[in-house]
Design a protein around this ligand. Structure first.
Ligand code: HEC
Length: 173
């Protein structure tokens, strides 16, 4: 009985110390994860007023090449030169998973206001231009090869064209 008591007191003491440590950890606001990026609901639900036509996507691509590719990579792989310089880790926009859970309104908001190390384009691009970019990014994902397969280069250069056999395939007799 006496022993159980001692053990209980010891246990209470130890857990008291542990919870105090736990608290002092969470009390340091600088170490805490950055505040969650919140997109106002109205913005997230904003419908895309620009139809994803070939013209819209083409304009989006044009803008993307000059404004975004240095970070997000020429084809959306997230490996642009500037991203490498800044040591940014960017997600692969070609992977359908990347933007799957984002609405067009959310993407529009992100590229208008910026996010983290990404500058907002609100002052430099018109609304239509930003929606065109959204349409272009969507087109990247839908064109993507099945996700997560290691990248393989297209047919090796040394593969011979099929028709190097003589046209007349009958063996000479
Ligand atoms: C300076 C580099 C930089 C440039 C330029 C840039 N981005 Fe980004 N972008 C980022 C970073 C970094 C993130 C991740 C932000 C985060 O989650 O903190 C990001 C995130 C995004 C996201 C959200 C999806 C995700 O991966 O989290 C979209 C969409 C996006 N960028 C589109 C664009 C478009 C379109 C442009 C061109 C108008 C652009 N970005 C230009 C750096 C950049």
């Amino acid at each position: 009985m006496w022993r159980t008591c001692v053990a209980l007191v010891a246990f209470a003491f130890i857990s008291c110390i542990m919870s105090a440590q736990e608290q002092s950890k969470t009390k340091n606001p600088q170490q805490a994860a950055p505040a969650e990026y919140k997109i106002p609901e109205g913005d997230a639900k904003k419908p895309n007023p620009v139809k994803s036509t070939p013209a819209s996507i083409a304009d989006g691509k044009h803008l993307y090449d000059s404004q975004c590719a240095m970070c997000h990579g020429a084809d959306g792989d997230g490996k642009g030169d500037l991203a490498a310089d800044m040591k940014l880790k960017l997600r692969d926009l070609r992977d359908p998973e990347t933007l799957k859970d984002s609405t067009d309104g959310e993407l529009f908001y992100i590229l208008s206001k910026g996010k983290g190390d990404m500058p907002g384009e609100e002052d430099r691009l018109s609304e239509t231009q930003r929606w065109n970019l959204v349409n272009y990014m969507r087109s990247l994902a839908s064109k993507a090869p099945p996700a997560k397969t290691p990248e393989t280069k297209a047919a090796p250069a040394d593969s011979k064209p099929k028709d190097d056999k003589p046209k007349d395939s009958k063996p000479p007799r």
